[in-house]
Unconditional design. Sequence first.
Length: 478
Amino acid sequence: MTDASAAQSAAASGPEGSGITSPPNGMRTFFQVLVNTALANVTTSYLWFALTFWVYLETRSVLATGIIGGAYMLFVALFGMVFGTIVDRLRKHRAMLLASGTSLVAFVVAGVLYQLFPESSLLDLGGPWFWLFAGIILFGGVIENVRNIALSTTVTLLVPPARHANANGMVGTVQGLAFMVTSVFSGLSVGLLGMGWTLLIAIVFTALAVGHLLFVRIPEEKPVVEERAPLVDIRGAIAAIRLVPGLFALIIFSTFNNLIGGVYMALMDPYGLELFPVEWWGVVLGVTSTGFIIGGLVIARFGLGRNPIRTMLWLVVGMGVLGALFTIRENWLLYAAGIWVYMCIIPAVEAAEQTVIQRVVEFRTQGRVFGFAQAFESAAAPITAFLIAPIAEFLVIPYMQTDAGTATFGWLLGEGDSTRGIALVFFVAGLVMVVIALLAFATRSYRLISAHYAGQQESVKPEDESPIDPEAARLAAN
């Protein structure tokens, strides 16, 4: 097939023959971006998991791990709109380079701090060096979210519209692969090599991601930036969201979902580290994260159905039931199996929201909408994590170790050590998730966004349909 015929084929692949043009070799470029993002995400996740494992093993503080997890999501919430605005104002390739370069600098600074100060100082929760060290690593991980927002917009830019859901499934598969690799190697790295070598490995692979990205080319015209546009364009994001009936309600629902997710973020690692040695806990997370890969592959192959919002809500109901039951007994196999199924569902839930936004929001504002959604949704998880970690450590866990706690909930959760308190928190959180998802089906907003998705042909309007520069288009046509 010639380049010209390939371009015509891509143009015809829009829904119902809309004629929306994707660039020549767009899928090939998307795969390159996807692989590079996978390498970057593997590295930041590897260091992030290692930091969490290292802090808990050295301090045995659920509160510390809850604060670290909550701080990560708080940073994501605070900077989400900034990241989205950056993605809309810069070419996507430049935005990705900016993110990876900043992560590299942050990890190098953290490595210098590790060399300058003894571990006892860096692990002193009451001292400043722990918070500075952890904060720098977290910022290096958070800045990678610029890449994730940019990746979501490159689906619209590079992938034929009819394959958006499938491409989002591929993103979920890659994220699952990253999670699997980092879960295994973070635990092994901390357990066998220590935090110093872990930092060095993260620095080396971040540098490799930056080097590879320099050779990737994403065809895109320079974005048009409004004069005197604010650094954080909240007004522009809200205006784009208000154009789509029910879209804000979809973001609100995802926020409630993340509110419950903060419970698992704060307590899943402490629960797992009570059941497994750190090396084995990393292996368990690696094995169960194959669920990410399988779930992503299923979406990549079959899509999300005619109504991704309906699919998402039913899956969230399943996640709630699962979250309530996978720690109902202190059994490592039940816990591991529950995590695996939970991870199978996550790619579909995330892909559903992304697919809807990619279809109903104009391309030129998608970065801000994704950034707004990320900021709004991520703000929920730190609230839960900051609240749940101290409540679990000082109230629920001690209560479940008393005779009164055992008498009240022992029939449901069994008897045991501190894990029974965490199990009670998981059980309540799962039931709340089920109720919220079922109530969402009855809302007017659900009907509005479903109808709008079914009737909207594509997020890129005809006048914006060619995302490549004129010279590239002329060469492709020839």
